[in-house]
Design a protein around this ligand. Structure first.
Ligand SMILES: Cc1ncc(COP(=O)(O)O)c(C=O)c1O
Length: 457
């Protein structure tokens, strides 16, 4: 929904002035794509950026403006853009064949690396995306338990397929969004991720729950965090009830730690969904976990047990191009400090930004865990000190945002050379530098000045 309060905004005028080429492409795109977009998350008033090229931690739009890039390929780019080893592996592969329609060694090496890095991965199945990984996890869970219902948490994002299309940004009452069968919605139960007592009550309330899925560090990779105690308790209750626990580590995998959030918590989910970093910046996903569950995809095991095998196809599953990038990426995760470096740089950036907020007298905070940064823009009007902000002291309802302010803040950051996603989330990579941190803190200061001049801060 376009924001009518932006019509006379000086920030919007400055954005238009700086990005006329993007404006022209956006006009052209509108006659081809709904809203001119190819992904809902790229929606931006007045229009999204059109990018010409990228390198390392930076990207350049079609007007030649340079940005420190924290969109990070929607979280897929742990090594930034065009990392030499990944470029070399993909280049070599494109000359050796992009699709054999056969098994190939790279897919085995890729799967072996997943098994090595992710603590609960006894068996692996590659898919085309994170959405597909979660879809397969649900199917496996239902087939394995013989039960129907899936419990999800309000606000947790798991892709765009029918089971997960509501209760994320709207339809918090569990009713289906247009196009989703009511029969699917009836088999999904939405639970509050800040209330373990209520969640336990739900899990103990019936005998038809196959699985619980969550983003283990909280919705939006911890934009609204969950506590380690919550996840630990969830593991205990699910185990007691014979309910499978699915960690959606599409973002957290290889980012929260080499072994994902499960390694941080010291917990083993039954199934884990992966994508993004997994495929080194190319398309790809995987579901991994307990062998006795993944074996429902196995021709011989199911035949021997007299079970009906689960079907699974997918033209681009483990395709050689994604496998080449993925193997290179996971080797980097395995043998270098890339994950830790991204986490350390994010910590520096949060500190620098909070120093700016404090200095400017702005009651906001940069927060987040691991290599992620979120902005607390204080729509609830609390008194806070940005430098001592404690995200775990907040109630979930405190994290709401006022879009008229956040859109302006984001545009201000973009005008001043910093790109991030529409939820004001920054993915920090292992190739972001101290210079990027300094430049980004400066972008935040200049954007704050623009908001003050516009009278919204
Ligand atoms: C936690 C989480 N799960 C699943 C998905 C869906 O992954 P994909 O976009 O690869 O389908 C995403 C994508 O952003 C995600 O953040």
């Amino acid at each position: 929904m376009p924001d009518s309060t932006l019509t006379n905004s000086r920030i919007v005028a400055a954005y238009r002035e700086k990005t006329p080429g993007s404006g022209k492409f956006a006009e052209r795109a509108r006659s081809v794509f709904p809203s001119g977009l190819t992904h809902d998350s790229r929606q931006l008033d007045p229009y999204c950026l059109y990018v010409d090229r990228a390198q390392g931690s930076r990207k350049w739009d079609v007007d030649g403006n340079e940005y420190v890039d924290y969109f990070g390929g929607h979280g897929a780019l742990m090594m930034g853009h065009n990392y030499p080893d990944i470029v070399e592996a993909v280049d070599k592969q494109v000359h050796s064949g992009t699709h054999y329609g056969s098994g190939h060694e790279l897919e085995i090496r890729w799967g072996e690396l997943v098994k090595k890095l992710i603590p609960s991965a006894e068996k692996v199945r590659f898919t085309g995306s994170g959405t597909e990984s979660n879809l397969m996890a649900f199917r496996l869970a239902r087939a394995f338990t013989g039960r129907n219902k899936i419990v999800r948490f309000l606000g947790h994002f798991h892709g765009w397929q029918d089971h997960v299309a509501f209760g994320v940004g709207n339809h918090f009452d569990g009713t289906p969004t247009p196009g989703v069968l009511s029969g699917i919605a009836e088999n999904i139960i939405l639970a509050p991720s800040d209330d373990i007592a209520e969640t336990t009550r739900i899990l103990e309330s019936g005998d038809d729950i196959a699985a619980v899925i969550l983003e283990p560090t909280g919705s939006g990779f911890g934009q609204v965090p969950v506590t380690a105690e919550f996840v630990t308790e969830l593991r205990k209750v699910t185990e007691a009830q014979g309910i499978l626990l699915i960690f959606d580590e599409v973002v957290a995998g290889f980012r929260a730690s080499k072994g994902g959030a499960q390694q941080v918590f010291g917990l083993k989910p039954d199934l884990t969904s992966l994508a993004k970093i997994l495929a080194g910046g190319l398309p790809g996903g995987a579901v991994c976990g307990r062998a006795d569950i993944l074996d429902l995809l196995d021709f011989e095991v199911t035949a021997a047990k007299g079970l009906e095998k689960i079907g699974h196809q997918g033209t681009f599953n483990a395709n050689p191009m994604s496998a080449a990038a993925g193997v290179t990426m996971l080797n980097i995760v395995d043998t270098t400090d890339a994950t830790a470096k991204a986490i350390a740089t994010a910590q520096k950036l949060r500190k620098e930004i909070n120093a700016v907020f404090k200095d400017e007298g702005v009651p906001w905070a940069a927060y987040g865990q691991f290599s992620e940064i979120h902005f607390f823009t204080n729509a609830v009007g609390m008194e806070i000190d940005p430098t001592t902000f404690d995200l775990f002291a907040m109630k979930h309802s405190d994290f709401k945002a006022d879009k008229t302010v956040t859109t302006r803040f984001r545009l201000g950051l973009m005008i001043n050379g910093m790109d991030l996603n529409g939820k004001l989330a920054c993915k920090v990579s292992a190739v972001h530098t101290d210079q990027d941190v300094a430049d980004s803190a400066d972008s935040v200061r200049k954007s704050v000045h623009m908001l003050k001049a516009e009278g919204v801060l």
